[in-house]
Design a protein around this ligand. Structure first.
Ligand code: USQ
Length: 399
């Protein structure tokens, strides 16, 4: 199958490109290196020393004999998107090519507007290119569980059966996103749904939870293929950040009470899910939604797991509660359905102590590259970037 991966230089994109290429698909990646540039802006970097996309593709070819094509450009540029679609004629488009950071989008008006422009306009261009140049293709779009927020009812997979004043319908599940970034994904979902209804496009929205982990089978083949691993406040997700903090002796940054519960999954399961969605495409005109995560944890539970893994490795890890820079519920009901990918055959890699230990060990290998200042949160939801570190309000009793 011809598979186009948008954002193919990123954490999930590069891993996905190798995964599909290894299985014999014809793969092309699109990227404009925005993540690398945003790190420059923030004075942060990937923990792992990633190689340039060109070098990664070259090494991949050398090791496997397989070619990954590259298109360097911006999805906000319509002529570029047209060119890619006309030349590559994708059968599946895996769309990760967006800014994924809630904190980054909350810095100020410029970062909020830029995140909206980049994400919403880029996605619109993809939809129009599908209509005009690849009407039979299937869009596998990375959405987020954060589109739903934390409602006080069970979260369904995309749609809700509603009875209202004696009439029934199956309608999109209500969305209460928690950041300017999460809002962009809600806008995308509406735009994609609309184009499936109006133009008969086919699409799967993968509402993914928080991803953790470094290793995939392909990235382990050679250190020059290593994945990026972000741990800074903008681009690092909770568990990855906690593992870096554990190694650096920084009290784990649990925001507020730590009861914030989210869906989580291993990066290896992201690859499985995207492959399952690709090999079992949506029907023409169908807008399918899968909730993509394997387990739910509160951030405090995650921190305690990292503390325990540290103990096994002989590292003393302190868990602390910081003033919460975000506006979010710190204790709430959370029960999200996630059966559709399991029904398609997903075999989850659950979060084991061994996995946390292996991430900590890998972090330890690169600890000289950690920029300690990048770990500490500063971006506040109410007032943006204050250049003022968020302080500890309470320490968990030591173990
Ligand atoms: N959190 C902490 N301490 C930290 C970092 C985060 O307590 O040092 C808390 C946050 O306040 C939040 C939860 O952990 O309640 C998750 O935060 P996160 O930074 O790990 O993830 P989030 O901002 O939600 O965003 C990440 C990805 C995003 C994706 C989303 C899926 O960056 O691209 O859409 O996870 S979800 O969380 O389901 O919306």
């Amino acid at each position: 199958m011809r598979i186009l991966i948008l954002g193919g230089d990123g954490y999930l994109g590069w891993a996905t490109a190798m995964h599909f290429s290894k299985r014999g698909h014809e793969v092309a990646v699109v990227d404009n290196f925005l993540r690398r540039r945003l790190h420059m802006e923030r004075g942060t970097d990937s923990l792992t020393p990633i190689h340039s996309l060109q070098e990664r593709v070259r090494v991949w070819g050398e090791l496997t004999g397989k070619h990954i094509a590259t298109y360097i450009g911006d999805l906000q540029n319509w002529q570029f998107v047209e060119h890619v679609f006309k030349e590559f004629r994708p059968e599946t488009i895996v769309h990760y090519g967006q800014i994924p950071s809630a904190p980054y989008s909350m810095i100020d008006v410029h970062h909020a507007v830029f995140t909206h422009q980049n994400n919403v306009i880029g996605n619109l261009h993809v939809l129009f290119a599908m209509r005009d140049y690849a009407p039979e293709s299937h869009l596998v779009k990375l959405g987020t569980m954060g589109e739903y927020g934390t409602p006080n009812i069970d979260i369904e997979e995309g749609y809700l059966e509603i009875e209202h004043k004696g009439r029934k319908d199956r309608l999109p599940f209500p969305k209460i996103p928690g950041s300017m970034y999460h809002l962009t994904k809600v806008h995308d979902s509406h735009n994609i749904h609309f184009t499936c209804r109006i133009w008969g496009l086919r699409a799967t929205d993968l509402n993914q939870g928080v991803v953790y982990g470094i290793a995939t089978d392909e990235s382990e083949m050679d250190d020059r293929l290593i994945n990026r691993f972000d741990y800074d406040e903008s681009f690092g997700t909770a568990l990855n950040r906690f593992c870096v903090q554990a190694v650096m002796g920084i009290p784990l940054t649990v925001y507020g009470k730590g009861g914030q519960t989210r869906g989580y999954l291993n990066i290896r399961d992201t690859l499985q899910c995207v492959e399952l969605a690709t090999l079992n495409p949506a029907a023409k005109g169908e807008f399918r939604v899968f909730n993509q995560f394997t387990e739910q944890f509160s951030v405090r539970e995650l921190a305690l797991k990292v503390q325990e893994a540290g103990r096994q490795l002989g590292i003393s890890v302190e868990v602390a509660h910081y003033e919460n820079p975000r506006v979010e519920m710190e204790e709430h009901y959370y029960n999200a359905q996630h059966t559709k990918l399991l029904e398609l055959g997903l075999k989850p890699h659950f979060l084991s102590e061994e996995l946390v230990e292996s991430v900590i060990n890998r972090v330890n290998q690169f600890k000289d590259r950690v920029i300690p200042d990048a770990v500490v949160p500063r971006i506040r939801w109410k007032t943006g970037d204050q250049e003022k570190k968020v302080e500890i309000v309470q320490r968990e009793p030591g173990k």
